[in-house]
Design a protein around this ligand. Structure first.
Ligand code: SF4
Length: 161
């Protein structure tokens, strides 16, 4: 049975920068859990970042640009966290490879997990199109990445695998 990578905060784990979760109430997710198919990931905590931690945003680009070395990630105090975010993306990819995962459902807007929209690097609440570092890396390696708002679509894809 296909396993699915899911952001830990969607499953109620209090791993977000502010020490909270982003619990997703979804029958599909509950079914996946009951079937033992969910593999949890929090790229930022897996890379050793603390809970809580200052919010971080990608400066002058998106996750693909960070992977290409042309953009960086800083927290609100200006500390460069690019290496940690790249390490988190790498660990998430390793999880996918270990479990032969082809589909991920990740938390929208995060500089790691966002899949269609992220914050624009101004720390002013403005969003821009683009994916976070982990989402971009997984896509580059063939994993289909969906946000929590697209879980029905993710389920559809899984049923075709
Ligand atoms: Fe959730 Fe991803 Fe942020 Fe971890 S890195 S708290 S899993 S959105």
């Amino acid at each position: 049975m296909e396993k699915i990578l899911v952001s830990a905060c969607l499953l109620g784990k209090r791993v977000r920068y502010d020490g909270g979760a982003k619990m997703l109430s979804s029958e599909i997710l509950s079914q996946w859990q009951a079937e033992g198919r969910v593999v949890l990931v929090c790229p930022e905590v897996d890379a050793g970042l603390p809970i809580p931690r200052p919010p971080a945003e990608i400066i002058a680009g998106d996750g693909g640009d960070v992977l290409a070395g042309s953009a960086r990630i800083v927290d609100r105090s200006g500390e460069n966290l690019t290496e940690a975010f790249l390490q988190g993306a790498s660990l998430a990819l390793q999880l996918c490879q270990r479990h032969d995962i082809k589909v991920a459902v990740l938390t929208e807007h995060s500089p790691s997990c966002g899949s269609t929209t992220i914050y624009d690097g101004s720390f002013s609440g403005v969003k821009r199109p683009g994916a976070g570092v982990t989402a971009a890396s997984l896509r580059q390696h063939g994993v289909r990445v969906f946000s929590q708002h697209e879980i029905v679509e993710a389920q559809r894809v899984i049923q075709t695998l």
